[in-house]
Write a protein that binds this ligand. Structure first.
Ligand code: BGC
Length: 273
């Protein structure tokens, strides 16, 4: 009897994956909310990337309205994956470091589900989504073992993957490094605020990466966030031990990861046919 149940489950999953070739993801950031349709076997965006400025204050209701507008503009009718710059467990936001504090303890999955007419939604941390996408389609696709993606922006986001399997909500940006939170040392917003050169900033990034690698011994770091576009200015100055490569999907990573998560995948969908 158990064998039959197992086979049925396997069949359902296989069937779902084969039939699901596209997904829709939305990446909620501090300045913009961005969404689009993704080819789940290649990670590429199909059609336009829709971007609406993040409402201020970025309260749950305001963001839910923006999310609904994006889905409507895209005329997407299926399930939706949505990222938040917060710890998300069981669809509930549990922290709010760089977003309106009223997100804490908001049932984001129910809120977005209602705003989207009761459809299926999956909510996950923004860096986790980017990590899933980079590991599946981008800078980590040829690396097995432990891959850590870090996003350098207003804060530092983190995603840890082991052979393609995500350990969610790692939040390394809040780990204390030499008496200070990692993101208060080495987020790209700190570089701007202190008016540091790339070389000066790389000293702090190296310090943070050294702490992370001594704890986790990753096989690869992927550096994401807007500043990874200028990687040639700072990655060569890093002094930590583990190889660091720039993210390659840039502004589609969060959307692609959210789209994969919306259909229960953390790896590319097999090519249909
Ligand atoms: C938040 C994370 C988020 C990261 C990047 C951090 O401050 O705690 O949840 O992934 O910023 O947005």
């Amino acid at each position: 009897m158990f064998a039959t149940v197992d086979r049925d489950l396997e069949f359902d999953t296989q069937e779902r994956r084969t039939m699901t070739t596209t997904g829709f993801g939305i990446d909620v950031g501090g300045s913009g909310v961005k969404g689009g349709t993704i080819d789940l076997s290649t990670g590429e965006m199909i059609g336009d990337r829709i971007k609406i400025l993040t409402p201020q204050p970025s309260t749950p209701d305001a963001i839910a309205g923006t999310v609904a507008e994006i889905v409507e503009q895209a005329k997407w009718t299926g399930p939706v994956g949505i990222t938040l710059p917060a710890v998300v467990t069981g669809g509930v936001a549990r922290s709010a470091a760089n977003i309106d504090k009223s997100w804490i303890d908001t049932d984001a999955a129910s809120l977005f589900g209602k705003a989207l007419g009761g459809r299926e939604v999956t909510v996950l941390n923004d860096a986790d989504a980017a990590g899933i996408a980079e590991d599946s389609f981008g800078a980590g696709k040829d690396t097995s073992g432990v891959v850590i993606l870090l996003t350098f922006g207003t804060g530092i986001g983190s995603a840890v993957l082991h052979n393609g399997v995500l350990l969610p909500n790692t939040e390394f940006g809040h780990l204390e490094v030499d008496g200070k939170e990692a993101e208060h040392r080495a987020a790209s917003s700190v570089k701007e605020k202190k008016d540091w050169s790339y070389k000066e900033w790389a000293v702090e990034v190296s310090r943070v990466l050294t702490t992370f690698e001594n704890l986790l011994w990753p096989d690869l770091f992927i550096a994401g966030g807007g500043i990874s576009r200028k990687h040639e200015k700072w990655i060569p100055h890093l002094t930590n031990r583990t190889k660091v490569v720039p993210a390659t999907l840039l502004n589609t990573a969060g959307i692609a990861g959210a789209a994969l998560a919306s259909v229960g995948l953390t790896r590319p969908a097999p090519v249909a046919g």
